[in-house]
Design a binder for this molecule. Structure first.
Ligand SMILES: C[S@@+](CC[C@H](N)C(=O)[O-])C[C@H]1O[C@@H](n2cnc3c(N)ncnc32)[C@H](O)[C@@H]1O
Length: 233
């Protein structure tokens, strides 16, 4: 289980190099994944969005560009400072807070997003319950994460990249080997998309599903907060 003190300190150390390494190590594909997240969320003009584990703000800015009013929440001050510095329009709001106890009202958002964040949260069920709490009835919860591609050959190649090349390049550029060993370790321990879908259903989300991206190296999982039903008489 990830230790929040270590996770925060690790992201604090790599914050300055985070965006550069994201682009380098994903070969720019991560931008397309965030755009897929936006398309899956639906019409976002005027929508209220809470982006959890916002980091340097890439998801928040993607949704803002589509007309959403976004609040980004993260517990690492160094990442939040970078997000605020990138916020050229000064329209985004980046707030310090823990994914396990989000500092926002219940049912305040039309959509709640989390990209490459839930894997780092110490109590996944509690983290998912918080995402579901914050979305309004009918609102969507969208979770973007790395996964292991299903095929034997692609799976083996991906493992090789993830366990050898990525820690080497990431460690070299960031100067923090441990941080880029942590990434493959947590991805290899991540549940498969169907198991994760059941975890989303277990916190009360409905219409849950997932979409594998780029041959299954990432997965966009989604669910909806049920609308209140009026009891029949
Ligand atoms: C891999 S980064 C992802 C950043 C961003 N969502 C993106 O797509 O690039 C993970 C972020 O999650 C944050 N984080 C991890 N655990 C958290 C928690 N319990 N509460 C709030 N933020 C957390 C870290 O500080 C870090 O900024």
């Amino acid at each position: 289980m990830p230790d929040p003190v270590q996770v925060r300190s690790m992201f604090g150390r790599i914050a300055r190099r985070y965006d550069f390494l994201n682009r380098l190590l994903s070969m720019g594909i991560d931008r397309g994944w965030r755009r897929t997240m936006l398309r899956t969320a639906g019409q976002m003009e005027g929508a209220r969005v809470v982006d959890v584990c916002c980091g340097t703000g890439d998801v928040a800015f993607t949704f803002q560009a589509a007309g959403a009013d976004v609040v980004g929440i993260d517990f690492t001050p160094e990442m939040l400072l970078l997000a605020a510095a990138k916020d050229a329009a000064r329209s985004g709001r980046f707030v310090r807070g823990d994914a396990l106890a989000l500092p926002v009202r219940t049912a305040c958002a039309d959509a709640v997003t989390i990209a490459f964040g839930i894997r780092n949260v110490a109590d996944r069920a509690q983290g998912l319950a918080e995402l579901a709490r914050v979305a309004r009835p009918g609102g969507r919860v969208l979770v973007l994460e790395f996964t292991l591609p299903p095929g034997r050959i692609s799976g083996a190649l991906y493992r090789l990249y993830f366990t050898r090349i990525l820690p080497f390049v990431g460690g070299f550029v960031s100067g923090d080997r441990a941080a880029y060993r942590y990434l493959p370790d947590t991805v290899l321990a991540w549940p498969d998309p169907r198991t994760f879908q059941r975890e989303m259903e277990a916190v009360g989300l409905v219409d849950c599903g997932f979409r594998l991206l780029t041959g299954g190296i990432a997965c966009l999982s989604f669910g909806t907060v049920p609308r209140a039903t009026t009891p029949s008489t």
